[in-house]
Ligand binder design. Structure first.
Ligand SMILES: Cc1ncc(COP(=O)(O)O)c(C=O)c1O
Length: 382
């Protein structure tokens, strides 16, 4: 007998309630029934994004949402600041360069947070900057960048602030309107507890001005087309019907738990994961000043083969965790706890880690990780 535990920061587990509604016979998208579901989904997404701005949906993975922000808001040679302290910040660099924007790169080591003062300095030196790109929750490293502070800096300039909240939304506080975040994006296979394939983007008034002036070509990902159709509770092209129906159910679950409690649950799960991992004598990867709630990366201890650890977790215990990406492959491992996660998911994973590390020759007190996490859960109820 084998039981599977998906402990990655995307895709993430899908609740049975959501799976069940997706298994129903397909309905047509040009019907009052689907329009009503879509309208409800957009309303509930605004609740999760904490915004009154437009929220648009696309049938794509998260990268589609990233690309949509570039092609809808800018023109070739527009000057933009792109921050990067990980794999997904690097993706914004590649995307903006692909579309011939004039990119000022603010690059950091992967274990550092983006420094908002660097953005302030660049905006002072370059009054013609049209956009600032930031990854809120850097999934490759677990680093959380302070988009609230960056929002304060960007709001009084001509530039719009584009935030990749693909693993931020629903896991950490993301106050789109209060923090002046012009474009915020997420993907379905993350905190929204769905299979992959759906992306959502919020667009502020200031960003709509940028859309009007933008000259890059777009068709499928056109914000104007999506907005015009949404005004009639429909979509310009065939939507991901089953995913949207699933999203409707997932958003109901978030509403029922209340967003504030969802975020609190994530912060306690992250605290327990960190405590457990540190209690085993391992070192966390992300710096204390910037640790998110979506994923906990840690250094593989000396003498242990990191790739073998990740493989053993899956093959022997059915617990899928993520390894390090790019230059961190084999050096760190990442435990995801984003979306449909509860206390025993963390305890199971820590127990699996303890057994695998022990088998791979690392010496420490068995049970130290789970004990530390249990203490966090007993002291922090949700
Ligand atoms: C922070 C972040 N940005 C962008 C992406 C890319 O999303 P996708 O793989 O859905 O295209 C991911 C996916 O893991 C992510 O975590």
């Amino acid at each position: 007998m084998r039981k599977e535990y998906l402990m990655t920061p995307g895709p993430t587990p899908v609740p049975p309630e959501v799976l069940l509604v997706q298994a129903k016979p397909i309905i047509h998208h040009r019907t009052p029934e689907f329009s009503s579901i879509l309208a409800g989904v957009i309303d509930d997404l605004k609740y999760v994004f904490q915004t009154k701005n437009d929220v648009l949906l696309f049938a794509s993975s998260g990268t589609g949402a990233m690309e949509s922000a570039v092609i809808n808001c800018f023109s070739p040679n527009d000057k933009v600041i792109v921050t990067s302290n990980g794999k997904f910040g690097d993706r914004f660099v590649k995307l903006t360069e692909t579309y011939s924007l004039n990119v000022i790169k603010l690059e950091y080591d992967w274990d550092k947070v983006v420094n908002p003062d660097d953005i302030k300095d660049q905006l002072k030196k370059n009054s013609d900057v049209k956009g600032v790109f930031v990854t809120q929750s850097e999934t490759s490293t677990g680093v959380l960048n302070d988009v609230q502070k960056i929002g304060q800096i960007v709001k009084d300039t001509e530039a719009i602030l584009i935030v990749d909240s693909i693993t931020g939304l629903g896991a950490v506080e993301t106050k789109t309107d209060e923090w002046h975040l012009d474009i915020v994006m997420s993907g379905s296979q993350k905190g929204l507890m769905l299979p992959p394939g759906l992306a959502c983007v919020s667009v502020s008034e200031k960003a709509w001005e940028a859309v009007k002036n933008s000259k890059l070509p777009r068709f499928y990902f056109s914000y104007e087309k999506a907005k015009k159709s949404l005004e009639k509770n429909t979509t310009p092209f065939t939507p991901a019907v089953s995913l949207i129906i699933g999203l409707s159910e997932a958003l109901k679950m978030i509403r029922k738990e209340v967003l504030e409690n969802v975020i609190r649950r994530h912060s306690i799960l992250a605290m327990a994961a960190r405590s457990g991992i540190e209690a085993m004598g391992l070192k966390l990867f992300a710096p204390p000043e910037g640790r998110g709630n979506a994923v906990t990366p840690a250094w593989v201890p000396d003498g242990v083969d990191g790739k073998a650890l990740v493989k053993m977790m899956t093959n022997k215990y059915g617990i899928t965790i993520a390894g390090g990406q790019d230059h961190l492959a084999g050096k760190i491992f990442r435990v995801g706890h984003l979306g449909y996660f509860e206390r025993f998911d963390i305890l199971t994973t820590l127990a699996g880690l303890e057994m695998c590390l022990c088998e791979l020759g690392y010496r420490f007190d068995l049970g130290s990780g789970t004990t530390a996490a249990e203490k966090v859960f007993m002291e922090n109820q949700f």
